[in-house]
Design a protein around this ligand. Structure first.
Ligand SMILES: CC(C)(COP(=O)(O)OP(=O)(O)OC[C@H]1O[C@@H](n2cnc3c(N)ncnc32)[C@H](O)[C@@H]1OP(=O)(O)O)[C@@H](O)C(=O)NCCC(=O)NCCS
Length: 403
């Protein structure tokens, strides 16, 4: 099977594999927009007898890590025709992908999974979680908090194209797991095609400003529903990003006090958020947590040296990497809040860690102790305590971006 990238003329045939795999019919204009945002030199197709039977691709991101950022390849568009499943097509495409990641010297690979069972075999672990929640508006009373002194305004999509990227870029450095969005990605994020809306309105944009500075935004949609003369409108709060707690609180307060709204839902929020302490009756919030961003260290020393550590420490970590054995081995990590160094070593390890467990713990969102408890991290209690103290961070990792 030939694995290669595609050119723009081949995009229709490439997308036809996703249509058959993900069960939708793409319209030509939508596919044009998709082709614009895809990095075609990073696209992947598996070709059999001249036909495309599998697809993939990646985005070139910078990902925030504790105290810094790292180049990360975001795997996307993974699909194998139902006629060609379980013959190793995905496995071959993953090898091609990791070769590309290495050639580009990206230390980390990330993805969002359609099915959470597939990717740990390739060395990915769940590095962030997505929490979705819903709450009835009448149950969403908030306790008073100090006034921020700013105001909310509603802006149109033209203004949103300017304001949202600025706020997002301002928020990105403080939360591990944020992925950079370039101009093409923003265009795509705000495209808002009618076929993507379901029964909801177009995107609405609320912005919180203080002294002329925009400090937070909420992108949302509303489903207009009435039952027996009563409003049952539902708000889908698609993305709320804030630079200041006052902005975040004000945007929730705004949407929770919007007339005619019955229910407010979100798709992807951090698992712990300000709202938890703002709600007068937090139990009313119904929350579901799923895997979010999956991370995989391709170049372990570069990835571990790219982040900062909560406390100073020195550890030899042996990484067991079944899929990319030469990415594994023993590494001496010396890290602190001010910087880190990591290099290969032959010293005896303090900890032996599976590649996917290291991916899961990389941003501080999962603990080595949990993996230790089930035998997927081996080492003394003392080494596990040290690694968890070092890798933990004061901000929970979260990835608001879908790709
Ligand atoms: C998921 C998908 C890409 C797998 O492709 P594939 O070519 O069949 O995968 P491979 O043959 O290379 O399988 C690799 C391994 O993963 C396992 N695997 C693959 N898909 C799996 C699934 N959905 N559930 C459980 N195991 C799965 C295989 O059994 C195989 O295991 P093994 O190495 O122990 O034998 C393909 O089934 C597909 O396109 N599904 C629908 C779209 C989708 O889910 N895409 C993922 C987007 S994130």
């Amino acid at each position: 099977m030939d694995i290669r990238s595609i050119n723009r003329d081949e995009f229709r045939d490439y997308a036809a594999v996703w249509e058959r795999t993900f069960n939708f019919d793409g319209k030509d204009d939508e596919l044009e927009f998709e082709a614009d945002v895809h990095e075609l030199d990073r696209s992947i197709v598996a070709v059999e007898n001249g036909s495309f039977v599998g697809t993939g691709g990646s985005f070139s991101f910078d990902m925030t890590v504790p105290g810094g950022s790292v180049a990360a390849a975001g795997l996307t568009a993974v699909a194998v025709l139902p006629t060609h499943r379980r013959r190793g097509v995905l496995t071959s495409m993953m090898r091609y992908h990791f070769d590309d990641v290495r050639n580009r010297e990206e230390p980390v690979a990330v993805l969002r999974a359609s099915e959470s069972v597939i990717y740990s075999r390739f060395g990915y672990g769940v590095a962030t979680f997505d929490s979705s929640w819903k709450i009835g508006r009448r149950d969403a009373a908030l306790v008073p908090e100090p006034e921020g002194g700013g105001a909310i305004s509603l802006i149109d999509v033209e203004e949103a194209r300017v304001v949202l990227p600025q706020i997002y870029a301002g928020a990105a450095p403080s939360t591990p797991g944020f992925l950079s969005r370039n101009e093409d990605v923003w265009k795509h994020s705000l495209l808002d095609l009618e076929s993507w809306r379901g029964k909801f309105t177009a995107n609405r944009f609320a912005v919180y400003e203080e002294d002329g500075t925009a400090l937070g935004y909420l992108r949302y949609r509303v489903k207009d529903t009435w039952e027996e003369s009563l409003p049952k409108n539902e708000v889908l709060a698609a993305e709320l990003i804030a630079l200041e707690p006052a902005a975040e609180a004000a945007l929730w307060r705004f949407i929770f006090s919007t007339d005619l709204v019955d229910v407010i839902r979100t798709q992807n929020r951090p698992t712990h958020e300000l709202l938890d302490i703002l709600l007068a009756d937090p139990r009313r919030l119904e929350r579901r947590r799923v895997d979010g961003l999956w991370a995989r260290l391709v170049d372990v020393p570069a990835a571990l040296a790219a982040r900062r550590y909560r406390t100073p420490g020195r550890l030899v970590i042996e990484v067991v990497d079944q899929f990319l054995p030469d990415s594994g081995g023993r590494f001496l990590l010396e890290g602190s809040p001010d910087g880190a160094e990591c290099r290969r070593t032959t010293d005896e390890p303090d900890l032996v860690v599976d590649a996917d467990a290291l991916g899961a713990c990389y941003l501080g969102g999962s603990s080595f102790a949990m993996f230790h408890a089930v035998g997927r991290v081996v080492g003394s209690e003392q080494a596990v305590r040290l690694v968890d103290t070092m890798f933990s961070w004061h901000v929970e990792p979260w990835c608001p971006h879908y790709f």
